[in-house]
Design a protein around this ligand. Sequence first.
Ligand code: GLV
Ligand code: MN
Ligand code: MN
Length: 411
Amino acid sequence: MTANQQRIEQHIESLSRFTATPGKGVTRLTYSEEDLQARNYIKEKMMNYGLRVTEDGFGNIFGKLEGTLPDAPSVIVGSHFDSVPNGGAYDGTAGVVVGLEVAALFKENNMKPAYPLEIIALVEEEGSRFGGGLMGSRGMMGLLTEEDFKKLADRDGILAVDAMADIWVNPANGKKRDPKTMKAFLELHIEQGPILEEKGIQIGVVETIVGLTQLEVTVQGKAGHAGTTPMDRRSDALVSASQIIAALPRLATDEGEGTVITTGRLNVFPNGANVIPDKVVFTVDIRSGKEEHVLNVVRKLEAFIAQQNCHGINTSTEQQLYIAPKELDADIRSLLKEASDKLEIPYCSINSGAGHDAMVFSDFTACGMVFIPSKDGLSHCPEEWSDASHLADGTDIIYETVKRLTEAKRL
Ligand code: GLV
Ligand code: MN
Ligand code: MN
């Protein structure tokens, strides 16, 4: 039996309903009510497919099918189940659903693995609630200290540990995963760009993932009355922030080679129409396939921002995430291509411009990623859409590869 397209569609459709913004895309922030609903759905399906379900101290979900070899490392399949605000139904979710479908195929086909199979659903990949991103995978691999985790708060000041307690996730559960318990990690993801659709090819085998950094910039000025403060006596934090933001695209285009820079979040304080803003906090996301470009842009950005420190304006910059470009495992790439050949599914090699948990795991275990086309290249918006037949093709390729990596046999 091969992937069941209808079942895949149903999982995507069911999970898309767990959103805080019905009719306006998927908004599923980590440790929210919608997280709990999706979490319960994923755990229930994992159990139906015969997996033993656990959660770690970050709320990452694991469904395990034991192997016949004692103490053998797991072959892990999955992705994240949080979303950006007003995002789509596929980013992350598609990879979790493919994991569930692989587990369903193991059960239906009576496959018994020698190495354990684990399906994983990760929290807070997007960083939409607690900033930075890749939190579930970084935490799991010990790259987020207990101390730093305890300090994490959302923009309303709610601590991650308190939000977790509200949805019954136990922070006392084990947090750090021993890399020795991981044999490989496979993730299907939507491409989130236009390349596969333009080529008319339904599968991309990912070679490298871009390097990226996220900075939070704070511009501190002085509040005052909008009507009575003369223009030459102002320290307007929003005017300074706007000048900085307007200059950013040039830093990326001067660097070239596909370097990109984005300010996606901006908070103005106190945010009153007749008050001169005294503080602005905004994010800067910088990406490039070459690490030197990311580092050059960060250096130029910091120098430029420091130049704005005059007329009562003070700026500061905090780096919330830095991750170098990553090449995915050559052997796994070959296995994925062999599986595509065997199944006669056309594929091409592709690079990822988006960040993924696989880039964290790739320092610890062999990682592979499969992309499927995104309609009109759109993602991180409600219009995000991918064809369920492509999801089924991707599942079949991952299923074949997992059977080989787990050395599974039919009972
Ligand atoms: C995740 O979607 C990212 O690329 O930031
Ligand atoms: Mn995303
Ligand atoms: Mn994603």
